[in-house]
Design a protein around this ligand. Structure first.
Ligand SMILES: [Fe+2]
Length: 160
């Protein structure tokens, strides 16, 4: 896993965290009450919350056990950690290429309407996301995320 000289380093400007929770619609009000956050968007299985500036700082996503077994408190974990990059879609594609050269499998690329996400795992299986903003105005981002229910649609993104 040797980095080649031409490989770029990610420049991360902001981050967001996505957590699995038993019930996003119960946990959302807790984050509003205890952490002073504001709900910015919701979908069928998730609630997005902001500390005030961004369209979301934390996303709460409904955890589902594959076999239908009850969820165990303390064993419901991070869904992903979003690393918001400095740069455009081509920079995201260059990071995609860098990951492939380092033998990191990219397992999902998505369009969130306010940006593109590229998902991969660390060696222990923690899910990370390189996120590239396509909407740069925070207020516009909040409006779009809310109006589209914080979407996550597959996109075809080619590595560079
Ligand atoms: Fe994300």
């Amino acid at each position: 896993m040797q980095a080649t000289p031409q490989d770029i380093k990610p420049r991360i400007t902001r981050t967001h965290l996505a957590l699995f929770v038993a019930d996003p619609f119960k946990s959302g009000p807790w984050y509003e009450d205890v952490l002073g956050m504001t709900e910015t968007a919701r979908g069928e299985k998730w609630v997005f919350l902001s500390f005030g500036v961004k369209h979301h700082d934390i996303a709460l996503i409904r955890a589902e056990s594959p076999d239908g077994a009850p969820l165990v408190r303390g064993q419901i974990n991070m869904q992903h950690y979003g690393l918001e990059i400095d740069g455009d879609v081509d920079e995201l594609r260059r990071l995609y290429g860098m990951l492939l050269r380092k033998n990191v499998e990219v397992f999902k690329t998505t369009d969130h309407k306010v940006g593109y996400g590229l998902y991969f795992h660390d060696p222990d299986g923690h899910r990370l996301e390189f996120f590239c903003h396509t909407v740069h105005d925070d207020e516009e981002g909040k409006r779009i995320l809310h109006d589209y229910n914080a979407p996550s649609e597959p996109i075809d993104l080619q590595p560079l």
